[in-house]
Design a protein around this ligand. Structure first.
Ligand code: ADE
Length: 224
């Protein structure tokens, strides 16, 4: 998989992809993540990429020319399965959407800023608009990082224990059960005995029950 992220503050994303699982995923060639500075596609010598909104009102708008230039340069190199715009008015991100995106080959993620992008970018280039939640961030970079992270960890071979993504919260509309590690006894708080029984089927049954209990308590909407 290849993910191209278009941003006007590319430095925001650099360290995010340079550590831990995302670093290993790139080193292992499971994914290639390339961050592009939108200013490199500015059409003027000031390297500007935004301008006032027609019709007035507060806030600047990201202009279409630099974005079109960047997207077209990428499309000249390879075909893209989706060109995603991260925006609070997009489709709400959830695990099923992430699972589907993890099956794709090449993705572009466009990060908005200020008052957003010229509507014509959305009309002409964007194939999918995604929001990571009902709140407004100061830019799309964190949203792109969240989306890319959730996709990359699902790519076969990225997680050490290949089954571990299958037992994540939300994979079957259930929250994950509680987990415990050593010590067995922390200041009188002990680990549920069943987990030490060595009885695999019983442990699985207990985990399933705990998942249901947790989901009923915290996210009953998932069980509907
Ligand atoms: N940009 C600003 N807020 C956002 C959100 N909630 N989701 C996606 N992109 C955003």
């Amino acid at each position: 998989m290849r993910i191209d992220i278009i941003s006007c503050v590319p430095n925001l994303l650099d360290s995010f992809f340079a550590h831990s699982i995302l670093k290993r995923a790139q080193e292992g060639k499971f994914v290639e993540v390339v961050v592009h500075d939108l200013r490199d596609y500015s059409v003027n010598k000031h390297r500007s990429i935004d301008d006032y909104a027609f019709g007035g009102g507060a806030g600047m708008v990201l202009q279409i020319e630099p974005i079109a230039g960047c997207i077209r340069a990428l499309q000249a190199e390879r075909a893209y399965d989706e060109i995603i715009y991260l925006t609070p008015d997009g489709e709400l991100m959830e695990q099923k959407m992430v699972n589907q995106l993890s099956l794709k080959g090449n993705l572009i993620m466009l990060c908005g800023h200020y008052k957003g992008v010229d509507q014509r970018v959305r009309d002409l280039f964007i194939t999918k608009e995604i929001s990571i939640g009902d709140y407004v961030l100061s830019g799309g970079e964190l949203a792109a990082a969240v989306l890319a992270d959730s996709i990359i960890r699902l790519l076969p071979g990225v997680l050490n224990d290949e089954t571990s993504a299958l037992t994540d919260s939300f994979q079957d509309n259930l929250l994950a059960p509680p987990v415990y590690s050593r010590p067995f006894d922390f200041e009188g708080n002990v680990v549920p005995e069943i987990l030490l029984s060595g009885h695999e089927a019983k442990v699985e049954e207990w985990r399933y029950e705990q998942s249901i209990k947790r989901t009923k308590e915290r996210r009953p909407d998932l069980l509907k």
